[in-house]
Design a protein around this ligand. Structure first.
Ligand code: TYD
Ligand code: MG
Length: 455
């Protein structure tokens, strides 16, 4: 009988310690280290070290290659985020806050795939079959051939799958409820989740079925975060949304078979998630262009242009150290734009609180937003409202010079399509295609400040 060994494992990042401690040195989280027991020796155990390796085959780099076979769901926003459909034999993790709509999305995907003839099995460890059926009814998915299983034990799940005939897609909702006979720890701990996910990934590779794993993201670290699993799977998608807003974004953060900068946009309604093929209209819908401090940024998400409003509030501060608060953009990036405005353009912001918000709870990850942020800040400080039909994009360097950004033509086309007619952009953009937009091409952010100040 193997000796039981206990170790202390961080539930957030999976680091292993021999003793308990309050803070995980690897990820910096507090109170995430939990004692777990694992049967048998780890590396170097007597049974393991005896096995002699069998030689494998060495292959040339050139040779037959093939495009990964995909199953497209027909839900365009989902297929876009996965890079053209879910790859057969791959494992995908979909993470997100509890209640954001992961189960809804996957039930709709299961129904869509099943209508296209795929064999889909939905394993629910969180909800009873009756509950899943109720949701399926609401989503008009009941008439499909999706099969349900309410099970949390990995060995039982695998045994059922083995008997079920070859499924094309297996959905596991969620990995936090999985437990395996092979690990002694409590369900939900890192060891259990990792063991369970490993077996399911092995099943995916061996059977050719795609496995979609649902994982809740929790701040507390009580339940194992899916971060440990991220390294094991082929693709990681995050389903995000902002409280109080109905739209949801499916963002790819890792993809071994496709690009990682694509997003899928959905809107949650009473009949489930609806695709949003034109996100700009959604984000600009909440626009208030009559007050100073609002600038429209022509952004890009992967191959798709997205227009959003950036709102700034600059107000005299009563604090020794003025406040800087940012929602939807990078704090260090804001600090940089503020410093450039102050040092290069003489815009005095040192005695002011600065609040920056991206409308609709949207999150921007491009430096191309620099110019729009600067425009919003200067507009708020000077009290001058920006023209309602103007968009801004371009990067600002520390010298105050503007720098061209990629996909300029596409950004301008989208803005024109949505009724904008003016664009403030960096000068010297190479190969800028002709468009009907009036262009203000500036070499320095100081030119932007001067234009706004002139009214
Ligand atoms: P759910 O998919 O259960 O979230 P998760 O699996 O990520 O925890 O969705 C939860 C929320 O979505 C819930 O608050 C109700 C809402 N919802 C709708 O608004 N419309 C719908 O058609 C459905 C099915 C859910
Ligand atoms: Mg759920």
């Amino acid at each position: 009988m193997a000796k039981t060994k206990t170790s202390f494992i961080c539930q957030a990042c999976g680091s292993v310690y021999s003793r308990w401690q309050g803070k995980c040195e690897a990820c910096g989280e507090w109170n995430t280290i939990v004692e777990e027991s694992s049967a048998g020796g780890v590396a170097g155990g007597p049974q393991r070290s005896r096995r002699r390796g069998t030689p494998s085959q060495l292959l040339a780099l050139s040779g037959e290659s093939e495009e990964a076979p995909r199953i497209a769901s027909g839900i365009a926003e989902l297929d876009r985020a996965t890079g053209g459909g879910i790859v057969r034999g791959s494992a995908i993790l979909i993470g997100g806050d509890p209640g954001i709509g992961k189960s809804t999305l996957l039930m709709q995907a299961a129904a869509a795939l099943s209508r296209k003839g795929a064999k889909v099995i939905y394993v629910s460890g969180e909800e009873a079959v009756a509950q899943v059926r109720l949701r399926a009814e609401r989503l008009k998915a009941s008439d499909t051939s999706v099969q349900l299983m309410a099970e949390t034990n990995v060995e039982d799940i695998l045994a059922t799958l083995a008997e079920s005939g070859r499924p094309d897609l297996v959905i596991i909702d969620s990995i936090q409820t999985l437990w395996s006979d092979q690990a002694d720890s409590a369900p939900g701990t890192v060891t259990q989740v990792r063991t369970g996910v490993q077996s399911l990934i092995r099943f995916a590779k061996a059977s050719g079925a795609a496995v979609v794993l649902v994982g809740h993201v929790t701040k507390e670290g009580q339940i194992a975060g899916p971060r440990v699993v991220e390294h094991m799977v082929d693709a990681v998608l995050y389903f995000e949304g902002e409280g109080g807003h109905h739209y949801r974004i499916l963002r790819t953060v890792k993809n071994r078979f496709g690009p990682t900068d694509e997003i899928g946009v959905f809107e949650m309604g009473d009949k489930g998630l609806r695709e949003v093929p034109n996100p700009s209209e959604l984000f600009l819908g909440e626009r208030n262009n009559k007050a100073p401090g609002a600038a429209v940024f022509a952004g890009m998400e992967g191959t798709r242009p997205v227009l959003v409003e950036i709102q700034a509030l600059v107000a005299p501060s009563s604090l020794g150290t003025p406040r800087r608060a940012v929602l939807g953009w990078d704090s260090p990036r804001l600090a940089m734009v503020l410093a450039v405005l102050e040092a290069r353009c003489g815009v005095r912001l040192g005695q002011h609180d600065v609040y920056l918000n991206v409308a609709g709870g949207y999150r921007i990850s491009e430096p191309a937003a620099d110019l729009a942020v600067a425009a919003a800040l200067v507009s708020s400080l000077s009290g001058v409202t920006l023209p309602a039909d103007a968009v801004y994009f371009g990067e600002i360097s520390l010298s105050g010079a503007t720098r061209p950004v990629v996909h300029s033509g596409q950004r301008l086309r989208e803005a024109e399509k949505l009724g904008f007619s003016l664009a403030t952009i960096p000068a010297n953009i190479p190969d800028l295609p002709k468009s009907g937009m009036g262009l203000s091409e500036i070499e320095n952010v100081g030119d932007l400040v001067a234009t706004i100040a002139a009214g």
